[in-house]
Design a protein around this ligand. Structure first.
Ligand SMILES: NC(=O)c1ccc[n+]([C@@H]2O[C@H](COP(=O)([O-])OP(=O)(O)OC[C@H]3O[C@@H](n4cnc5c(N)ncnc54)[C@H](OP(=O)(O)O)[C@@H]3O)[C@@H](O)[C@H]2O)c1
Length: 244
């Protein structure tokens, strides 16, 4: 199995990379913005079956270069998982109210959370086409569901995740023409103990916080079970569909 995990330097992406290796891969392409500085690179160093590539969602050329490298090494991909995401960092600040909205921060969230995954699909298109079984998943978030939005707040994160869902749904419709055995999906990983959720864990109910390893194991199982009839869907870590 040839696998790409975008955003494998830490968090859920790194746990998914470990899961992929445990499941047996022919070739695993892993990305991070600066691979050599990551925990993932230390834990899963480059070797005959593992290639690390630099990829930054803010730099579209870096996505195309990573895709070009992958296309030059293999003819087809069996699984692609996009794990990059940003909720709060030196630029992003989850908004509590309308007055907190900032255009640059909104654009930043869209670039990282929504635009990066679909540009990666574009860069990998040649390896996705055919009739081989393919699962292409982008890790989204339940808060990106428009119909499930009852609490409000987090404008940029919610909207960029909803945009990510729509881009993947649109991709699924086009991809059905290029590969009848493809399943394109967005996945909610649960609330997971990573840097992304750290500032927001105080209100998580007891037992409601997964380790990255537990979440990755469940997501991997969901991906193993997805079929082309489910393409375009949004699924939780337990395989249950989430309404858009
Ligand atoms: N943790 C949760 O509770 C939770 C809940 C719902 C959804 N999610 C989603 O799960 C996914 C993984 O998050 P996580 O919990 O594993 O968070 P994390 O540990 O903070 O990891 C964030 C990932 O995003 C990547 N990233 C950030 N900015 C990037 C950029 N400009 N270009 C490319 N990659 C970039 C990071 O790569 P670098 O190593 O290069 O920094 C890293 O791989 C995200 O999509 C997140 O929205 C998480």
């Amino acid at each position: 199995m040839n696998v790409v995990i975008q955003g494998a330097g830490r968090g859920i992406g790194l746990a998914l990379a470990q899961k992929a290796i445990a499941s047996g891969v022919s070739h695993l392409f892993l990305t991070a913005r600066d691979p050599a500085t990551t925990q993932g690179f230390a834990d899963l160093p480059p070797g005959p079956a593992i290639t690390w590539l630099a990829l930054d969602n803010l730099i579209p050329d870096s996505i195309e270069r990573a895709g070009e490298h992958i296309r030059s090494k293999i003819d087809k991909l069996d699984r692609v998982i996009c794990c990059s995401g940003v909720l709060k960092d030196e630029i992003a600040t989850p908004e509590k109210r309308l007055a907190d909205i900032d255009a640059d921060r909104l654009i930043y969230a869209y670039q990282v959370n929504a635009i990066g995954p679909v540009l990666l699909a574009k860069a990998l298109l040649q390896t996705l086409r055919g009739d081989h079984p393919l699962s292409f998943a982008s890790i989204s978030a339940r808060v990106g569901s428009i119909s499930d939005n009852r609490l409000g707040g987090w404008y940029a994160y919610r909207a960029s995740k909803a945009a990510q869902n729509q881009l993947m749904r649109t991709l699924s419709i086009e991809m059905a023409r290029y590969n009848p055995n493809a399943c394109i999906a967005t996945l909610h990983p649960g609330t997971v103990d990573t840097a992304l959720s750290k500032p927001f864990q105080a209100h998580v109910p007891n037992g409601g916080l997964f380790t990255a390893e537990d979440s990755a194991a469940m997501l991997w199982l969901v991906l193993n079970g997805l079929t082309p009839t489910q393409t375009g869907g949004f699924f939780a870590y337990d395989g249950k569909p989430i309404p858009y």
